[in-house]
Each structure stands twice: as C-alpha cells, then as structure tokens.
Design a protein around this ligand. Structure first.
Ligand SMILES: O=c1ccn([C@H]2C[C@H](O)[C@@H](COP(=O)(O)OP(=O)(O)OP(=O)(O)O)O2)c(=O)[nH]1
Length: 190
C-alpha cells in the first residue's frame, strides 16, 4: 500500500463537506456544488465547489464528469477533464452542461456534480528535431483503424455504390451521423 499524498485544502464555504472517496480504490473523490442551479436543455453554467487546494509541486488535479449523472441526466463537463494546476489557489469551479435534448436538470446545494482525480504529472523539456523516430502507427490517427463498427462480424457484401446509397438514405431519413462508418478518408490530409 502506498502512502496517501497530503494536500492542503481551504474551505471557501465553511459548511462544505470535505471531498472524500466513496470506496477504497476509487480514483476520484466527489465535488459538490455550493450553489443550486437549474439548467435547461443545452445550457451550461460554472458552479462553485467551496474548496481551494494547494497541490504539491509535480501534481495536478483533474475535474472529471460523474458517469451516473451523465447516464441518468445527460450532464457532462464542457472542458472535461478540467485541469487544476498545482499553483492554483482559487476556488475550484466546475463547468457543467446539460446535454439532454428535452429535460431540464436541477442541482441543489451540496449535490455531487463531478469528481476530482489527483495525479502526478511530468514536466517535459521539448527538444526540437528534424525527423522523429519511426513507429508502427506512424501518422495514422483520427479513426485510421476504422470506425466503432470495425470489430463487428462482416455483413454480406453489397456493392460499394449500393451500401453508400443505403447509408446515406438512412442517415438522411433519421438525421444522424453514422459514426460506425470509416471516415478516415475524410480526415486524411487534415
Ligand atoms: O474545470 C476547471 C478547470 C480549471 N480550473 C481552475 C484551476 C486551473 O489551474 C485554472 C486555469 O485553468 P486552465 O489552465 O484550464 O484555464 P485557461 O483557460 O487555460 O486559463 P489560464 O489562462 O488562467 O491558464 O482554473 C477550475 O477551477 N476548474
């Protein structure tokens, strides 16, 4: 077992509960809002958490969304994960967004809105070179290994023209973007 890292904390709101881990082994401890708020679909706001930290040098804290809130209410963080620098002494704030297209969401004072993950971070010194060492991936990125459907079993082959026109019709009818499609070709050269 590793020793816990001591982090100095100041309560900006004297009543705010100290952030705590819900279970042993949890990576994040919950952050609450000290202000109630209601967000209409698509709306965002900056919520105060009532705490300020002095992280040790070489550490940073990351403000992550809570998956339960995301799955149940469509609540996410606009800048996920938010980065709290070791030198930051201000109150930690959380930029929440309601991504649900229909329902408003309401937060009451001390509702848990996000989680804070404290991590060690490296500081690097960039060394400019004319050529980078070779690697297997090379410059492939942005979906170069296929869309999320790349792992699905193959479907009976349709001609490329037939399959493209079927996808286009379905997408047009339902107004969706078929993320399973391999769009690497669209991004090449960008
Ligand atoms: O979700 C967040 C993200 C950041 N911060 C605080 C701590 C962080 O140290 C500071 C600056 O954040 P960041 O560097 O992401 O903001 P920036 O837009 O680049 O501003 P700056 O010019 O102040 O660096 O704001 C939060 O309280 N919550």
């Amino acid at each position: 077992m590793r020793d816990d890292v001591e982090v100095l904390l100041r309560r900006v709101d004297p009543e705010v509960p100290l952030p705590s881990y819900q279970h042993p082994g949890d990576a994040g401890c919950d952050l609450v809002t000290t202000r109630s708020a209601e967000l209409a679909p698509g709306e965002r706001t900056v919520l105060p958490t009532g705490i300020a930290l002095a992280l040790p040098d070489g550490y940073a804290a990351f403000v992550h969304p809570r998956s339960g809130l995301a799955a149940r209410c469509g609540v996410s963080l606009v800048n996920a994960p938010g980065t709290v620098d070791a030198g930051y002494r201000g109150e930690i704030k959380v930029i929440v967004a309601n991504l649900d297209p229909r329902e408003s969401v309401r937060f009451e004072r001390f509702d848990r809105i996000a989680q804070l993950v404290v991590q060690q971070v490296e500081k690097v010194r960039f060394q400019e070179v004319d050529r980078l060492p070779d690697s297997e991936r090379a410059a492939g990125g942005f979906g170069s290994t296929g869309g999320h459907a790349a792992g699905r079993p193959a479907v009976p082959a349709a001609s490329p023209e037939e399959s493209a026109s079927t996808q286009q019709t379905a997408a047009q009818q339902k107004h969706y973007v078929a993320v399973g499609a391999d769009r690497a070709s669209d991004l090449r050269g960008q």
